[in-house]
Design a binder for this molecule. Structure first.
Ligand SMILES: [Zn+2]
Length: 77
């Protein structure tokens, strides 16, 4: 087994799965926390829910808002 991949894994390295708030289905998008609470999240990214076709956009979201409102590594937007 050789060493591969990056060495930037930290304790804060955690992935949050994004879910649609309306139909509670997965958006099939995951956000990896940087550990920086002031870091902007998916700035200007628009996602469309494949289930209810709702369009969701992150507007001026900071990582802090994700961390405060996530539940069991899931975030309903
Ligand atoms: Zn939906």
């Amino acid at each position: 087994m050789g060493k591969r991949g990056s060495s930037k894994l930290t304790r804060e390295n955690k992935t949050i799965d994004l879910y649609c708030k309306r139909c509670r289905k997965s958006l099939h998008v995951a956000y990896e926390l940087t550990g920086d609470m002031e870091s902007p999240v998916l700035l200007n990214i628009t996602m469309k829910c494949t289930c209810c076709t709702r369009v969701v956009t992150f507007k001026n979201y900071k990582e802090r808002q994700i961390v405060e409102r996530m539940k069991n590594d899931k975030y309903y937007i």
